[in-house]
Design a protein around this ligand. Structure first.
Ligand SMILES: [Zn+2]
Length: 221
């Protein structure tokens, strides 16, 4: 390779590479290889079938260590690019889970209130759902659910307070109402904690006779 071509390639790499959001080392991918390995060590393949009327749940990993730091970086440190690998890994786990047997499905991300989304610039669940659907090859209803009420941050609340806080927080978009489309909804969120958010979303969908087949989340706390 002539010297000028080598310099040009180096220059091009400089523009293509960015910093790994977890360790700030330069990388051409969303994570550097070291951090990617650390995140992948958090994988659980956690599948929880429906129990006592609860929703079947598939969580890709445990909400700890490098996975916890990745989700924080994605949301609070302006690193939306992390949604791609995380959404892809979640889709691969879904393809290997019993949930894949339910067909046809439509993926609906848990929405954020419009004001909060404007402030952040994106809804992480929506970005994760885009990446998920690319790999899973299933349709996405980006705005199937709408958050009509701004809710208090959930982490300070008890389980009962969480349900009360979320009551009527969601509304179903016209595109999904009254059995349109004729497929079951698969809910997708970044973190699954007590299930209060999922329950509120399911309640809204069921009010409009929309079937829900399960929930997938990148991490379960
Ligand atoms: Zn790194």
């Amino acid at each position: 390779m002539p010297a000028w071509t080598r310099s040009f390639a180096r220059l091009l790499n400089l523009f293509l590479e960015s910093n790994c959001p977890l360790c700030q080392r330069s990388t051409a991918n969303a994570f550097c290889l070291d951090c990617q390995r650390q995140v992948q060590r958090c994988q659980l393949h956690h599948f929880q079938p429906s129990e006592r009327g609860s929703l079947p749940l598939l969580a890709w990993g445990g909400y700890e260590g490098a996975l916890k730091r990745s989700l924080a970086a994605l949301k609070y440190n302006n690193s939306p690019q992390l949604a791609r690998p995380l959404g892809h890994w979640l889709a691969q786990a879904w393809l290997e889970s019993p949930l894949v047997a339910v067909k046809p499905i439509t993926v609906v991300p848990i929405p954020m209130h419009e004001a909060k989304k404007r402030q952040r610039g994106f809804n992480q669940a929506e970005l994760l759902a885009e990446a998920f659907c690319d790999v899973a090859k299933v349709p996405l209803q980006r705005h199937g659910l709408v958050r009509v009420r701004e809710t208090e941050a959930q982490f300070r609340l008890s389980a009962t307070e969480r349900s009360q806080n979320l009551a009527n927080a969601f509304e179903v978009n016209e595109s999904l109402r009254d059995g349109r489309p004729q497929s079951a909804v698969l809910l997708l969120d970044d973190i699954y904690t007590t299930g209060a958010t999922a329950n509120a979303a399911v309640a809204a969908l069921r009010r409009h006779r929309v079937a829900v087949c399960g929930m997938v989340a990148v991490a379960k706390s």
